[in-house]
Design a protein around this ligand. Structure first.
Ligand code: PLP
Length: 374
């Protein structure tokens, strides 16, 4: 097994989730829409799993729709919120450091004539609520703000954004991409004051192919998929019972003390990585599990490859932007040499201090054996 320090990209499926998926795929394979006992048992389990995920998220089970991934939830939230508000205006606010799953639908909307304001981060990767307040207009119909940035680990002021929208008397709906925040930072959609919120299973030790979409009770949005009427008619399609079972099992297996454990590992990593010659900390991270560093003059892609040869997995930024400089680090206004050498290191409760020591040794050996570019 490699030393896996890229838990913001994806996580290893936990045994409880794998076991639950196996059970649902074998004995429990019925279609929840079937009227006989095998199908009805599957339907009852989906109901239970929805309750488990809702408990973890702090919302009502009927406010949750199972979806295939974070990208699906982000796209659906944005498109349906815009459809909902189309008579009220054509202005949207988001941040320049959102994931591509938010930014690409925004670009698409711009092509359709919507106006999008991108709030810029400061040099530490934080978004100012004053900038949001100033950007709000009577025709703003949607604000989409992530909870935890996937490359920097910074926490964005989502609850403050909800208060600002309310104070301005704006009709805007508030969507939050909480893919990196789910379980890692404590929140409920109600506390945040959001209308829509998206989470993804594979970031929390469930398999890929499952996520959950929160839609505030009373908000009637257009369905994502039409068909057999599953998921209260919002997302038709036979329920992926194995993935749903695994998501609920991963939620159930999460322990509150993991947050502190992961925080301690990240703090230790920052301490140890600072000893690597030339290394700069770009973002120490507010969330427990993500920090970003740079080895100026050493291209990230090369660092990732060299570390991979040593059996260490870290990321050069968002796994969804292979090869290209990340828009998130670019938005911080970093000098070019620093920008080209960025690495994201992200942790799970499985990581140890030894993993971090091996990473630091690996990076130190690269600085000794390779010449930095000017
Ligand atoms: N939003 C954020 C902040 C992410 O980090 C990711 C994945 O990296 C996504 C959305 C997309 O989630 P998924 O991979 O489940 O589509």
């Amino acid at each position: 097994m490699p030393i896996y320090l890229d838990n913001a990209a994806t996580t290893q499926v936990c045994p409880q989730a794998a076991q639950a998926a196996y059970q649902a795929m074998t004995e429990g394979f019925g279609n929840p829409s079937s009227g006989y006992a095998l199908g009805q048992a599957a339907a009852a389990r989906v109901k239970e799993h929805r309750e488990t995920v809702a408990r973890c998220l702090g919302c009502l089970p009927e406010e949750l729709t199972f979806i295939s991934c974070g990208t699906e939830g982000d796209n659906w939230s944005i498109r349906s919120a815009v459809e909902y508000g189309k008579r009220k205006g054509k202005h949207i606010i988001t941040t320049a450091i959102e994931h591509a799953a938010v930014l690409e639908p925004m670009k698409d909307l711009e092509r359709q004539g919507y106006e999008v304001t991108y709030l810029k981060p400061d040099r530490t990767g934080h978004i100012s609520i004053d900038a949001l307040t100033a950007a709000l207009r009577p025709d703003t119909i949607l604000v989409s703000m992530m909870l935890v940035n996937n490359e920097l680990g910074t926490i964005l002021p989502v609850a403050e954004a909800a208060r600002a929208i309310k104070a301005a008397g704006s009709p805007a709906l508030l969507h939050c991409d909480a893919v990196q925040g789910f379980l890692k930072v404590p929140f409920t959609p109600k506390e945040l004051g959001v209308d829509l919120l998206t989470v993804s299973g594979h970031k929390i030790h469930a398999p890929k192919g499952i996520g959950a979409q929160y839609i505030r009770k009373g908000l009637n949005l257009k369905p994502l998929l039409l068909g057999g009427g599953q998921e209260s008619g919002l997302r038709s399609g036979t329920e992926p019972t194995a993935q749903i079972a695994a998501l609920a099992a991963a939620c159930g297996a999460w322990q509150e003390e993991y947050r502190e454990k992961i925080t301690q590992i990240r703090r230790y990593a920052l301490e140890v990585l600072r000893q690597v010659p030339g290394l700069e900390v770009i973002s120490p991270g507010d969330a427990p599990h993500i920090c970003a560093v740079s080895l100026p003059g050493y291209p990230s892609e090369m660092l990732v490859r060299d570390l991979s040869d040593m059996g260490i997995c870290v990321s050069s930024g968002s796994a969804c932007h292979k090869g290209k400089p990340s828009h998130v680090f670019a938005a911080l206004g970093l000098p070019k040499r620093t920008l080209m050498g960025v690495l994201r290191v992200s942790f799970s409760a499985e990581n140890t201090r030894e993993d971090v020591d091996i990473l630091a040794e690996g990076l130190t050996s690269i600085t000794k054996n390779r010449i930095a570019m000017r």
